[in-house]
Design a protein around this ligand. Sequence first.
Ligand code: S3P
Length: 171
Amino acid sequence: MDRIYLIGYMGSGKSTVGKELASRLGWKFIDLDEVIIERSGLTIPEIFRRYGEHTFRQLESSALVSTIEMSQVIVATGGGAPCFNDNIDVLTANGLTIFLNGSIDTIVNRIRADSSVRPIVASKSKNELRSFIEDHLAARLTFYKQANITVDIDQSISEIVDEILEKIKLN
Ligand code: S3P
């Protein structure tokens, strides 16, 4: 096993957990959104605004493919990555997938704190946000649940990483 892909909804802590997991394993860390930003020279909101979600999803799929020959790497994927273009199959065929699963309350609170940087939820009012996330997350669970391992995020970062290390038995 040479690659670990962290998947899960926006606000589930994929980047934070990924960095900590990478440092505990002595592996590299890659954030798929950062790969897209570097390659395009645009921020995620700019890509959505100028070219639309469809183009973003194409960039995301090609960024994902660029990781499949890397070794000893933890990849934090964007919340939508497993849910488009059969990416879930690319993920499961090329690495160990870990779903960071959280309660609606945790996710909503985290997203509320910085929804403006996330185009999918940026236009939602405070009242709309919770019911949007409930429906959207429910639709995406079909993909997230295909992960090899599921970890509950309603605990500290170091506890999440301990649980992952215990479950993957690499430590
Ligand atoms: C998205 C999640 C974002 C980013 C983009 C779209 C999504 O990543 O890829 O804004 O569709 O859920 P994070 O999950 O890191 O916020």
